[in-house]
Design a protein around this ligand. Structure first.
Ligand code: AMP
Ligand code: GLY
Length: 421
């Protein structure tokens, strides 16, 4: 089979490494991929948002199955466009990807169907939003409606910060048109859990739970990032909580999307907060998480491609989805200065002995050498019987990988480790 993967980060590298295990796979193309995954897939210089070129390439190269990994092409209708020319693809259609593409849509969906989430109000008029803030409980959370590159969420600890956030989104348009509508929501507290799930619109099969580390600095300090590391499973996510989430969140969401005529097929990511009033949805993503995928897929014992094709063909209930009972830890190595300002083009060394445990996100080949080409450069993942060993082993891989301005957190998994004792 010839497979096409749309996207080019660490998540896509993890997906590619996993589907390579299927013996029917003869060729994998990554659009655009990155230089760090060139040994695992043929990288083609077509951007993940260039839907017309993606479809053209897929037709010209007789692609048997496509996997659309990032949010942008999903929201833009990449799966619809591929299916329109007869190429089956993993991922939701645009009318279902809206569950991530619009926060107003997802909040209204949860309200309509009684799915637990933070209380909220939606505003399209800045003055009304500011008026509401005069009496809103503080801290409060301000969210721009659209994708906003994952940065459109501001936790305001004071009333003044909240006013500034609303003005920057609605007046200064720092997130562009995403700021035309803002959601102001109740601040929730509790451990966060990421649950990625497979769904074919009929059933939902959660993957092993995980924990992201979003802040740039040790002990959860500094700016929010795309994620500095992950562990799986998440020790806060007990069997009892999993059962409650299935009943109150996962199945109701799938059913709600069906009732809205927006059947979701693909990977639906539930960002949950375990509050003292029970689990609540913080956000939905219409795709695999990054860097959650880099710990979840190494623990998947079943065949990923088989599962994905079963999702597309709506026969997920007949397919085995089995996870190992081991633990995984992924430490992200970034360029110093990320997420603000950082150098690129520094030579990157990944020794052969650790290559199968390294997922490259931001690298390219220049003059025959692998060099850094992004803020988050790569993730080092270890799998071990215990969380403690997985953490230790992940940092041993980190020690073997080198580039000049490398930066990483030293405490990935420590909070989870404390929760297990
Ligand atoms: P995002 O950028 O959408 O991935 O989310 C940003 C982060 O903001 C989440 O991971 C949470 O830690 C936090 N967050 C979002 N909504 C809330 C809320 N209602 N209460 C508390 N924290 C929140
Ligand atoms: N790790 C969070 C996300 O993928 O959105």
């Amino acid at each position: 089979m010839k497979i096409l993967v749309v996207g080019g980060g660490g998540r896509e590298h993890a997906i590619i490494k996993k589907i390579k295990e299927n013996k029917n796979v003869e060729k994998i193309y990554a659009l655009p991929g990155n230089g760090g995954m060139a040994e695992d897939a043929e990288c083609v210089d077509i951007g993940a948002k260039d839907i017309d070129k993606i479809v053209e390439f897929a037709k010209a190269n007789s692609i048997d199955y496509a996997i659309v990994a990032p949010d942008d092409p999903l929201v833009l209708g990449c799966v619809d466009a591929l299916e329109a020319v007869g190429i089956p693809a993993f991922g939701p259609k645009a009318n279902a990807a809206i569950i991530e593409g619009s926060k107003v849509f997802s909040k209204d969906l949860m309200k309509k169907y009684g799915i637990p989430t933070a209380g909220y109000e939606v505003f399209d008029d800045m003055n009304k939003a500011l008026e509401y803030l005069e009496t809103a409980p503080i801290p409060t959370v301000i969210k721009a409606d659209g994708l906003a590159l994952g940065k459109g969420v501001i936790i305001a600890l004071t009333r003044d910060e909240a006013r500034q956030a609303v003005k920057s989104m609605m007046e200064d348009k720092v997130f562009g048109a995403s700021g035309d509508h803002v959601v102001i929501e109740e601040f929730l507290e509790g451990p966060e859990v990421s649950v990625l799930s497979f769904t074919d619109g009929k059933i939902v099969v959660p993957m092993i739970s995980s924990m992201d580390h979003k802040r740039a600095g040790d002990n959860d300090t500094g700016l929010n990032t795309g994620g500095m590391g992950t562990v799986a499973p998440n020790p806060y996510y007990t069997n009892a909580i999993a059962a409650e989430c299935m009943e109150k969140i996962f199945l109701p969401t799938i059913e709600a999307m069906n009732k809205e005529g927006r059947t979701f097929k693909g990977c639906l990511y539930f960002g949950l907060m375990l509050t003292k009033n029970g689990p609540k949805v913080i956000e939905y993503n219409c795709r695999f998480g990054d860097p959650e995928t880099q710990v979840v897929l190494p623990l998947l014992e079943s065949d990923l491609l088989e599962i994905m094709m079963a999702v597309t063909e709506e026969r997920l209930s007949e397919t085995e989805v089995r996870f190992s009972d081991k633990n995984a830890c992924c430490v992200i190595m970034a360029s110093d200065g990320y997420p603000v300002k950082y150098d690129k083009g520094l030579e990157l060394t990944i020794p052969d002995e650790v290559k199968d445990k390294v997922y490259v996100a931001g690298a390219k080949i220049a003059d025959g050498k692998l060099v850094t080409n992004g803020g988050r450069v790569l993730g080092c993942t270890a799998v071990a019987p215990t969380l403690k060993e997985a953490i230790e082993d992940a940092y041993k891989i980190v020690d073997k990988v080198h580039f000049d301005n490398e930066y990483y957190r030293h405490d990935i998994g420590q909070r989870a480790l404390k929760a297990t004792v």
